[in-house]
Design a protein around this ligand. Structure first.
Ligand SMILES: [Zn+2]
Length: 123
C-alpha cells in the first residue's frame, strides 16, 4: 500500500475494491466467472466504486479518477506481488475498470449470462 500510495490516495480504493472483486468472484457460480479473472476483478472494482459514489459511501476528490487510471497503468507487472501477464495489459485494465464504472456489475459478467439474466428478468 505504501509504495502504491505515491500514485495517490485512490490507489488504496483500487486495491481494496480489486481484492473485493476477487472475493465476489470466489462466491459466483462458475458460469458467471470470467475466464480472465483479474480483468473481471478490475471491472468489479469499477462497478463497486461507481455504485458507492451516488449515496456518498465513497466520495471522489478532484484527481481521484486520474489517480485510479495511473494506478491501473503503473501497477501492471511492476509490483512485488504481480508477475508478468498476471493482470492484463495496462489498457486492458483501464478498459475493464471503465466497463464496470459504466455498466456496473452486469457489465462484468460474461455476455451470454448477462443477456440470459436480462431476458429472464423481463418475463
Ligand atoms: Zn487480482
Amino acid at each position: 500500500m505504501r509504495s502504491g500510495y505515491r500514485y495517490g490516495d485512490a490507489f488504496v480504493d483500487l486495491v481494496v475494491t480489486h481484492e473485493w472483486g476477487h472475493a465476489v468472484q470466489n462466491r459466483l457460480d462458475v458460469r458467471v466467472r470470467s475466464i480472465d479473472g483479474a480483468l473481471q476483478a478490475d471491472c468489479l472494482a469499477g462497478a463497486e466504486l461507481a455504485g458507492a459514489a451516488p449515496d456518498g459511501t465513497v466520495v471522489f476528490e478532484s484527481g481521484d479518477v486520474d489517480e485510479l487510471r495511473t494506478a491501473l497503468v503503473r501497477a501492471v507487472d511492476k509490483t512485488s506481488w504481480t508477475k508478468e501477464g498476471d493482470h492484463g495489459s495496462a489498457s486492458e485494465r483501464v478498459d475493464a475498470f471503465a466497463m464496470g464504472q459504466q455498466r456496473v456489475v452486469e457489465g462484468c459478467l460474461p455476455q451470454e449470462v448477462s443477456t440470459a439474466g436480462a431476458s429472464a428478468q423481463g418475463r
